[in-house]
Design a protein around this ligand. Structure first.
Ligand code: HEM
Length: 77
């Protein structure tokens, strides 16, 4: 997969509800500094991949695969 960018490809995957609900838990889905920390990125990937998040509205596999490709590509901005 070609270069995957947080700003262009990943940030738009999260809607305002996702961002607002996760902010109180310290999960900053719209924050590149937070998300590009590999520990945080992997934790987010895990809940997407096991389909526990977003609750009752799991992502289709193509979005999850894109998120994984972003991590594997080095979490580019
Ligand atoms: C480290 C990753 C994450 C953790 C530990 C986490 C944890 C939680 C917890 C504890 C809740 C509240 C309880 C619940 O409703 O089940 C919650 C709610 C929620 N999370 Fe996450 N979450 C993570 C990532 C995400 C991601 C990646 C998304 C979206 C793509 C997301 C979307 C939501 C939404 C929309 C709610 C509110 C659900 C509702 O009130 O109906 N979360 N999350």
């Amino acid at each position: 997969m070609a270069d995957v960018s947080f700003k262009t490809d990943i940030r738009p995957l999260f809607n305002q509800t996702d961002i607002d609900h996760m902010e109180p838990f310290g999960v900053a889905l719209d924050n590149y500094e937070y998300m590009s920390n590999l520990v945080n990125a992997d934790a987010v990937y895990d809940v997407l991949h096991d389909k526990t998040m977003p609750p009752h509205a799991p992502w289709p596999d193509d979005k999850i695969t894109l998120f994984r490709a972003w991590i594997d590509g080095g979490c580019k901005p």
